[in-house]
Design a protein around this ligand. Sequence first.
Ligand SMILES: NC(=O)c1ccc[n+]([C@@H]2O[C@H](COP(=O)([O-])OP(=O)(O)OC[C@H]3O[C@@H](n4cnc5c(N)ncnc54)[C@H](OP(=O)(O)O)[C@@H]3O)[C@@H](O)[C@H]2O)c1
Length: 332
Amino acid sequence: MPFIQPPVTPLPDGISLRGQTAIVTGASQGIGAEIAAQLLEREASTVILAVRNVAKGETARQSLLARDTIKKANPKAVVKVMKLDTEDYDSVQSFTKTFLAEHSELHLLLLNAGIGTLKRELTRTGHEKNVQVNYLSNVLLMLELLPVLEDTADKTGKPSRVTWTGSRMHGSSALAKGKVPLKPGETVLGHFDSEESFVAFSRYGDSKLLCLLFLFELREHLSSDKVIVNSFCPGQVATGMSDVLPIYLRLPVNLIKAIRARSIETAGWIALNAAVVVGPESHCQFIVDKEIAEPAAYVKSADGQKVQKMLWNETVDEMSKLITIPAWMSKA
Ligand SMILES: NC(=O)c1ccc[n+]([C@@H]2O[C@H](COP(=O)([O-])OP(=O)(O)OC[C@H]3O[C@@H](n4cnc5c(N)ncnc54)[C@H](OP(=O)(O)O)[C@@H]3O)[C@@H](O)[C@H]2O)c1
């Protein structure tokens, strides 16, 4: 990726999402709030802001409803705030239970909530926080919502969509870089939960690598007939993501951001391109800006392929403890 990021073209005219229901996770600010706005500007009928902080989500909702572009394009839009904390499987399951009690259709699921923390913390689930928030809970959320996505596809005659906000930073994973290889006998999830394998500046990339490995293995198991699942990277975007960094890092990062980061409007175009413009060719693919792209070399390497299968099998076991997994989710 060059220091100066290439320009990105706006979305084509004429996209109408009228009648569609979308869930956007992490929609309280940043890219998620912008995705919600751009969906509403394109007439999405119901947009669920799935947020960990409901009061903040309500502020985001009010600001969406106050936008002139949304008032004009979509005056009857329904925008709902629902509690979802991806740090916790219970929150994911109570979110999906409430959603399914209130809605019988879901056309678009945007798995956008994400963090990049430098401090090692374990969540209530026992997993390291970045891995839980960015990877594991997203898999559970997708699996819990797949039946309604599939039913909706049956009704509309076209595939529903799951789009995951990914990152080029998967290539900077400590595992991908060979900085902290798997030890003999170690599981992939066990590796990332262990204190020894925690490399603060690589952990965000580690978590995004897990998402991509899962997506690539998913291709072997789930067809695009009813649900197209893909992931995109918007490049560096001017959001508050770096606010969690210590001040001595935030200053240089913010300077670089000021020079090269894309606007959140541009990130929204990239997200909607993945979610509603590209087609089945994007199923289980990684989209960089607006083009399907190769992942970091590690993903296709022999080691990467081995870890992909191991991660899949471990994720099957992890999800089996929480839900009845779908028949297609057999072990690799
Ligand atoms: N900014 C970039 O340069 C960039 C580049 C590539 C990919 N991304 C990805 O883009 C996505 C959005 O990030 P952003 O840049 O918009 O950053 P952001 O402004 O920090 O937004 C992150 C969003 O995720 C939410 N979130 C964090 N932890 C959560 C949890 N446990 N449960 C539910 N929601 C949670 C946040 O909620 P709160 O408001 O409550 O904190 C916020 O709404 C992330 O997946 C990130 O990895 C960002």
